[in-house]
Write a protein that binds this ligand. Structure first.
Ligand code: KIV
Ligand code: ZN
Length: 384
């Protein structure tokens, strides 16, 4: 693979939906899948078909509905899982089977109670079986983040030889540091024969808050697919956040990486996922949080009113946010107050502004945020 396009593999409906208490029905999943297609993702992981009849049905329905995007079903390296996934994907225009097995010592010894050689045998058998159904087979090396790189390269070499074309290197426990994860991807890029005809994929979890940094480090070292979820949802601390990696690539053209995502739909998509899952987005969440473009301290407000990019590195319109917010609090200065009055149609003179400012501060100290209705009230006391 010799292009600078980074494919966006959205797993909101599979890994994302593993959030405790967040269950989507098939209808909701199809609506989200259509939105993801509109957003411009390259792959939708629609579910884990063998896990439940509901998930099977969701994969079937998404495969029937979504035609411009690869639709993917997850399996373990278990023949029946693969048979069931193939059945669920039968109507998909661009089906992908995503199969894999644990590769770290802890997975091999304690979870799977087997040997490294047997892991390779099972991985190869799974890929070959999946290949009897579909051309597009992705292999995941679960817990690759904590696996020995030499063994990992042996596994990846074996599955590439067996026909896998996308190689997913998950940091399942969110353990890696960005440099370490980047080096892992580079090691595979440099030590697996035939890898250049395949796509290396990142799949990072956020247990140490490093999922986004690790995914970008992976892309800088040759990965050309990033697995992520809207709002970064997922088990425990979640997955890599789609909106973050997309905007990092946009805001840093020097990386030389791009995606096909229409960033103007990011906020709308974030709201859709948050509402249908009943899972709020933290206000300070990068890109899509309520406060991502809100300014409340006087120093910042003064700067941003004079010139937006003094304190904003992203034009809010680029991610579908109408405009930045100037929030009035006890930390706000006269510039912000005048700006908000102006938005309400009042052009205050300097004297008038001085007159209301002290009273404004008293209200702001008493309340957390001063609203337009408070400003209207203040205006009543201002001498014409
Ligand atoms: O985190 C992980 O390792 C996964 C795999 C099943 C792809 O989600
Ligand atoms: Zn995962």
């Amino acid at each position: 693979m010799n292009t600078n396009q980074v494919h966006i593999f959205d797993t909101t409906l599979r890994d994302g939906e593993q959030v405790p208490g967040c269950k989507l029905d098939t209808k909701q999943k199809v609506i989200i899948a259509k939105q993801l297609e509109l957003l411009g993702v390259d792959v939708i992981e629609a579910g884990f078909p063998v896990s439940s009849p509901g998930d099977f049905k969701s994969v079937v329905e998404i495969g029937k509905t979504v035609k411009d995007v690869v639709v993917c079903g997850l399996t373990r390296a278990v023949m029946n899982d693969i048979d069931v996934a193939a059945e669920a994907l039968k109507s998909a225009a661009r089906p992908r089977i995503h199969t894999g097995i644990g590769v770290s010592d802890s997975h091999i010894q304690y979870k799977l109670r087997t040997t490294p050689d047997k892991i390779i045998e099972r991985a190869v058998a799974a890929v070959k079986h999946a290949k009897t159904y579909v051309e597009d087979v992705e292999f995941y090396a679960e817990d690759a983040g904590r696996a020995d790189n030499e063994f990992l390269a042996r596994v990846i070499q074996a599955v590439v030889d067996a026909g896998a074309t996308v190689l997913n290197i998950p940091d399942t426990t969110g353990y890696c540091l960005p440099q370490e994860y980047g080096e892992k991807i580079a090691y595979l890029r440099d030590n697996v024969n035939g890898i250049h005809n395949c796509i290396l994929s990142t799949h990072c979890h956020n247990d140490l808050g490093l999922a986004t940094a690790n995914s970008i480090a992976g892309a800088q070292n040759g990965a050309r697919q990033i697995e992520c979820t809207i709002n970064g949802i997922g088990e425990r601390a979640g997955n890599t956040s789609l909106e973050e990696v997309v905007m990092i690539m946009r805001q840093h053209p020097a990386l030389g990486l791009y995606t096909n995502v229409n960033s103007k739909l990011l906020l709308e998509t974030s709201h859709m996922v948050s509402e249908s899952m009943g899972m709020m987005v933290q206000p300070n969440k990068a890109i899509v949080g309520d406060n991502a473009f809100a300014h409340s301290s006087g120093i910042h407000q003064d700067g941003v009113i004079k010139r937006r990019d003094t304190y904003e590195i992203i034009d809010p319109a680029e991610v579908g946010v109408d405009q930045s917010k100037i929030v009035l609090t006890a930390r706000s200065g006269r510039a912000a107050l005048a700006y908000r009055f102006k938005n309400l149609g009042y052009n205050l003179t300097k004297v008038q502004l001085d007159e209301v400012y002290q009273e404004f501060l008293s209200i702001a100290d008493a309340k957390k945020e001063v609203e337009d209705s408070d400003l209207e009230q203040l205006m009543k006391g201002v001498a014409a």
